[in-house]
Design a protein around this ligand. Sequence first.
Ligand code: ADP
Ligand code: MG
Length: 256
Amino acid sequence: MTAQETAPVSAGRGEPLVVLDGVQKHFGQLHALKDIELTVKRGEVVVVIGPSGSGKSTLCRTINRLETVDEGTITLDGKPLPQEGKALAALRAEVGMVFQSFNLFAHKTILENVTLGPIKVRGIKKDEAERKARELLDRVGVGHQAEKYPAQLSGGQQQRVAIARALAMDPKVMLFDEPTSALDPEMIKEVLDVMVDLAQQGMTMVVVTHEMGFARTAADRVVFMADGAIVEEGTPEEFFTNPRSDRAKDFLGKIL
Ligand code: ADP
Ligand code: MG
């Protein structure tokens, strides 16, 4: 990447980028997010862990407004999340999201998968979008697969394409919701390596994962959720060696 392209990521490092303040979310009777206070700083890597059903995906989905919130505010780069229309589409472009299932368009080539958003949403010219897409595909190690279709790639390769596709929109923050959970074990590392690389380059990231190795090496902060609430947070060192809450101790006891 050129210096110009990396500048927005490293500029203002350490300032609040994503701020959730008093966020409440219900699904009917279920209180899915309970008074969430979370600030993600520019350049920070926050790993969210917790038992199944604790609200991790819902948290991610509120940040790119796939879910609305009942109460509280979420701001991105100082601005409240837009409610609808063009402003919402622009927001989605600024918040890259990578899911457990890769969600690539099956009938489009790898290259088309990556250029579609920049051309349609960002209004970037086709050849410029393709140049950048090839650069990103190279960066995640699938440059030679650009003309293939998703089904011709392994799960690990598809997930790396999904990461490239999100990056092609020049997002301010990348959200990863269990990006390696659907992968065969031998493909997990190639995806985590791309994520570690991204973290080292200064990308702001919120990562829901059960990969504790990733959390230890790449996270600036670990947030532990249970029953819709943030129960505990700290550096990976603090959290893994000295969890304070019974919920966290119990959870770590089961997975480590
Ligand atoms: P996690 O990602 O930590 O496993 P989720 O955020 O997916 O947890 O879910 C939190 C809780 O909210 C769960 O009890 C789940 O069943 C519920 N939930 C999530 N999405 C919906 C929805 N669209 N409608 C109703 N309940 C939901
Ligand atoms: Mg989930």
